[in-house]
Ligand binder design. Structure first.
Ligand code: DX5
Ligand code: ZN
Length: 209
């Protein structure tokens, strides 16, 4: 089963709650992009924004921030289900951050940017992470083109870890979703493709085929 997680980074009229309400019946969760203006140039949502939302679904918090260890507790307490950190982010110790996430009762996700090699991350760290998130665009902005080369990383991970949740983020549409699933992804984040489409349900269904 493929899980579809809409990214609510760029939604019509910036009305995040309305966007969530409109997709909640036919998606598997919500992907929430947190940017700190340091790890990536833009600044987006904070934990305070998150607390104001009513998300009756699985929530994947994508932390594009340095020192994620300083913010994860707040998101966990506010109801996050999956907290995804970046391997490249400044932090004391990646493994310790993942452990902290698990101790807080959340699933621990580990992400790499397009230019980071999948083999830069030790296999035991991939093994320890509940979810691997492969970025298929440079983190920071929605609406960019899919970098197909990153599918090699998905194939590598799927070859090593048959049961791992493998997620992909950036430039996902019906065509690239298909490629990603063949490569081994079982989770897909998609923002622009869903929220620029005239029929959200149809767009989501097209990602499942
Ligand atoms: C980019 C974010 C993505 C982004 C995906 O840094 O992590 O989640 O919103 O948006 P699309 O689907 O437009 O590439
Ligand atoms: Zn994201």
């Amino acid at each position: 089963m493929i899980k579809i997680l809409p990214s609510i980074l760029n939604v019509p009229d910036n009305d995040v709650q309305k966007a969530i309400d409109k997709v909640k019946d036919f998606v598997d969760g919500i992907h929430y992009d947190v940017m700190d203006g340091r790890f990536v140039p833009p600044t987006t949502f904070t934990v305070e924004d998150f607390k104001e939302l009513d998300i009756p679904l699985f929530t994947d918090i994508h932390l594009m921030v340095d020192h994620p260890e300083e913010v994860i507790e707040g998101y966990a307490q506010a109801g996050a289900n999956l907290l995804t950190i970046h391997y490249e982010a400044e932090q004391k110790d990646v493994r310790a951050t993942l452990e902290q996430i698990k101790k807080l009762g959340c699933l621990a996700g580990l992400s790499i940017k397009p230019k980071t090699l999948v083999t830069d991350v030790p296999d035991d760290l991939w093994e320890y992470a509940d979810v691997a998130l492969i970025m298929s665009v440079e983190p920071g902005w929605g609406g960019q083109g899919f970098i197909a080369e990153v599918l090699d990383k998905v194939r590598y991970l799927r070859g090593k870890f048959a049961d791992k949740d493998i997620n992909i983020d950036g430039g996902i549409n019906a065509d690239t979703a298909h490629q990603a699933c063949i490569a081994g992804c079982n989770m897909l984040v998609s923002g622009t493709y869903i929220f620029k489409s005239p029929d959200y349900r149809k767009a989501v269904e097209s990602l499942r085929h």
